[in-house]
Design a binder for this molecule. Structure first.
Ligand SMILES: [Zn+2]
Length: 314
């Protein structure tokens, strides 16, 4: 496991071996970071009938059935249907199962991945059992978008936050995956905050698109024409991308601006920060599940972005 996953496992292990073992866990990870090894290690430990030194023994029946994907006491809840949500009916079915005794006499484990695919009614249906799970029943939630979970659910979970990898680790990974330097650079901007796009290619495409829009608006193109290209994206994802890229451009000031093609005279920093503040405000609203009219809100922020560049040109 990577150093980030190892650090998270240390925290989990303390909880598992402590006096009050949490029965509802939530692995929170940056998008693009594969937490499957951590998830497997936790679920494997919980299903093992005789763990040794805080790890699954890998030889008991529990371990055998888990490894072969046939464990009867493991319930996997994942998104269904076109809307990609975890449905309330699945939750009700799971609750019934969870009340029965496990087949091996060991623990019962319910995994909910991604947890941000729970809607309000499925979350509400879950609250009681997560608050007081039957003896021997454990929950493992996983999400890259913890802001989308209802606070009533979060307060019942032991949150384990996986740190984003170091830039060096990311660079090595990107090289390994044959991504060019500019992709690597843009991708790194988007690593430090959870995003709803899991696929790395999509994330790079979005980053490039955001950068392109910032260039074109600077050169005088009408933002409304350009915003249309984000129509199919989730507003929160688009806002996070704009926020990350603007933040990077502004905090690194000249070097980042020049590197990404914003040459010539530069606007004063306070003006740039105003645009960032506006985007961040919308991002927070969106994280709090307040719906944001993206074309309108982003249009205003981008109009301000275009305006500050005309000021330095004239
Ligand atoms: Zn075992």
């Amino acid at each position: 496991m990577s150093p980030e996953l190892t650090a998270a496992w240390k925290e989990i292990r303390q909880g598992l071996l402590g006096d009050h073992r949490p029965q509802a866990w939530c692995l929170v990870h940056p998008v693009g970071v594969n937490v499957a090894p951590l998830h497997d290690q936790l679920v494997g430990f919980l299903l093992c009938l005789q763990p040794i030194n805080g790890l699954a023994c890998s030889s008991c029946d529990g371990c055998h059935f888990y490894r072969s994907g046939t464990h009867q006491d493991l319930t996997v809840l994942s998104p269904e249907g076109a809307a990609g949500m975890i449905k309330v009916d699945s939750i009700r079915g799971m609750i019934e199962t969870a009340q029965t005794t496990g087949s091996l006499g060991g623990h019962r484990v319910i995994t909910i991945v991604p947890a941000d695919a729970l809607n309000v009614s499925s979350t509400n249906a879950l609250l009681k059992i997560v608050e007081e799970p039957p003896a021997g029943t454990f929950f493992v939630f996983q999400t890259a978008l913890p802001g989308k979970l209802l606070p009533t659910l979060i307060s019942r979970l032991r949150m384990i936050r996986v740190r984003p990898p170091s830039p060096e680790f990311f660079e090595t990974e990107a090289l390994h995956r044959n991504l060019d330097v500019s992709d690597m650079y843009l991708g790194a901007l988007l690593l430090s905050e959870p995003m709803a796009i899991i696929d790395e290619r999509d994330r790079f495409e979005l980053a490039k698109s955001v950068l392109d829009v910032l260039h074109q608006v600077r050169d005088g193109v009408d933002p409304q024409q350009l915003i249309k290209r984000f129509a199919k994206q989730e507003p929160l994802v688009v806002l996070i991308a704009f926020s990350q890229i603007l933040e990077h451009l502004i905090r690194r000031e000249k070097s980042a601006l020049l590197r990404l093609g914003f040459d010539g005279p530069l606007p004063a920093a306070p003006m740039l920060f105003k645009v960032l503040d506006r985007v961040n405000e919308m991002k927070l609203q969106s994280l709090a599940n307040i719906s944001v009219n993206l074309p309108l809100a982003l249009g205003v922020a981008l109009a301000a972005w275009g305006f500050i560049w005309t000021k330095v040109r004239n």
